[in-house]
Design a protein around this ligand. Sequence first.
Ligand SMILES: [Ca+2]
Length: 323
Amino acid sequence: MRLRTMTTVLSGLCGFSGLQLQTNRLRVVYMRKIAILTSAFEHWCTFAAHNGVGRTVTFGLLLVFGQVLFLFTLLTGSALAEVIHQQEWSSKPGSPWSFTAGKPSIDNTTSSPSGGGTLRFTYEAGTYSSSTVGGTATYSTPGKTDLYVGHWMKWSSPFNWNPVGTKMDYLFLSDPNANGNRDNFLFMVQNNGNTLTFTQQLWAAPGTQNRFPNVSSQSFQLNRWYWFEFHVRLNTVGQANGLLEAWVDNKLVMSHNDVTYRTYNSTWGNFQHSPVWGGGGGTISQQQHYWVDHTVISTTRIGMPGGTAPGDTVPPAPPVGVR
Ligand SMILES: [Ca+2]
């Protein structure tokens, strides 16, 4: 009876906290643990009652209470530490989102893996002498040193890739340096859809720092949704020890642990869907689009919606002694 009550309470707690896949596994482990403990405690209570072991019962009770308290802290702590924001793009949200005037737009006609509306960036046909962008969507999330961002993305077909780079996302530090500029980085696609590039832009160290897939290569097709996710942990100021990971469709493609994200003390600040077509001009032969959906900003791994649970990304060691 107590076990059932405990399990019900915990289920309710876990359900209410809206934990994601990663924590689901954790909570299953702890629910099992707590169920076993509760069951053992009940048996002990019965034994103690029959044998008049009052002090031991009290001690047992304290032990179980401690476990429950620990579990509660763990679950609620995880819930608070997980998803900061999730956006389904059924309409343009208010603060802390902000948008360039009139664009991008909400598109309810394109089907997406997460359903409902999508965020659509439009590039008009023309020959451009410099970069162009179909709008910017900015989410302000200051105070974080470790951040995950994930979203669906798709380019229309046909689509002219920019000769230099077709950008997707930017992330800026929350504070400016002494000259009023913020260090930032971006992700873009180069080489006609065949290269995913990370570009760090440090004001104190002019000249960009590019990083490329070093785990698995990745090229992008048109008219196909991809789940894109990245993880960035700030470096110690003065040390090149920042962490960068990127996944495409849940596959780790990039993992670097020697990135300099900042040269002065600050935290992550503004995330942007800012698909700048550029770094240089070029010709767009006809109107084309870039779509985004299900934008998630989190402090832990998000994982592709509907995909397998994200776990460790280190492949298992090859079997030994198999003939
Ligand atoms: Ca949607």
